[in-house]
Design a protein around this ligand. Structure first.
Ligand code: ZN
Length: 275
């Protein structure tokens, strides 16, 4: 097993999990209402990137992190879920800042109207961006699927991406927000070495010798670039607030269980997200 993707020397990591960046959200990615809160305008995203560049922390990828002097460093990473068409423009923008991103692809949607095709995925890979799996069909909540479905979702998707890139696929991101031990096990058993999840944190987690967990902050389109700056400077307060909010939601979800969506709909509160 390769050790190269384990980020042993990194002390702190601020990994953002964006989705689409486009001024025409109907042209890229998922089109369900809950997906739109994660679609950023180009201007907003550019302002976020300026804030990240000004943080003074290097923006790296999981592949090039070991090429840098990172012994005691804190690093920023950028990731983009779903594989919407806007990834092409996102890559152009990142490259203006000498940054590279991680693009997680829902492989059953490759080549459909608002998602990347095979050539575009290969082109991103050639330009130094990291491609990873975001499962084959993006079934959420992911952890509710059977063990065999979990593994099958990864393995099918890995096979598609390996065929496109002609390279071993070891990176993945979990669709939706919630994870549990079965999700980690399925990713590891499918051969992934690094799994990106949507729990906000500045610290990495090792699941076991074969799998590293990268925790992410998932920006919504109503977050200011000042907030993004705070995270990319590793300020403790905004992270604590985000964790508190997330934990409260989790607690309420557990408490009310399946009734909660109906209750929230009744009160017209947009509480859930589709990561
Ligand atoms: Zn997703």
């Amino acid at each position: 097993m390769s050790e190269q993707y384990f980020l042993k020397t990194i002390q702190r990591i601020c990994c953002f999990g964006y989705h689409d960046v486009t001024d025409h959200p109907e042209t890229s990615g998922f089109q369900n209402p809950s997906a739109f809160v994660y679609k950023h305008t180009t201007r907003h995203f550019d302002s976020d990137l300026k804030a990240i560049a000004d943080s003074g922390h290097p923006c790296v990828t999981i592949k090039n992190v070991h090429q840098r002097e990172t012994e005691t460093e804190a690093v920023v990473m950028l990731s983009f879920d779903d594989g919407g068409l806007s990834a092409v423009n996102i890559a152009d923008t990142l490259e203006q800042y000498q940054m590279r991103g991680h693009f997680f692809i829902v492989t059953s949607l490759i080549g459909t109207s608002t998602f990347l095709n095979r050539e575009q995925i290969l082109e991103l890979h050639r330009r130094g961006h990291v491609i990873g799996t975001h499962t084959h069909t993006h079934p959420t909540p992911f952890f509710r699927n059977s063990d065999s479905t979990l593994v099958e979702e990864w393995t099918k998707s890995i096979a598609v991406l390996e065929d496109i890139l002609q390279e071993k696929m070891v990176f993945g991101a979990v669709p939706g927000g919630d994870v549990n031990d079965r999700v980690f096990r399925s990713a590891r058993d499918a051969g992934l070495q690094c799994l990106f999840i949507s729990d906000p944190s500045y610290t990495l987690r090792r699941y076991d010798d074969r799998l590293t967990i990268v925790k992410r902050i998932m920006p919504k389109n109503n977050w200011s670039s000042a907030e993004i700056a705070g995270f990319s400077r590793f300020q403790p307060r905004p992270l604590f607030q985000l964790q508190w909010k997330r934990n409260t939601k989790y607690f309420v979800k557990r408490l009310f269980g399946p009734l909660l969506p109906a209750v929230l709909k009744l009160r017209n509160i947009k509480f859930f997200r589709n990561g």
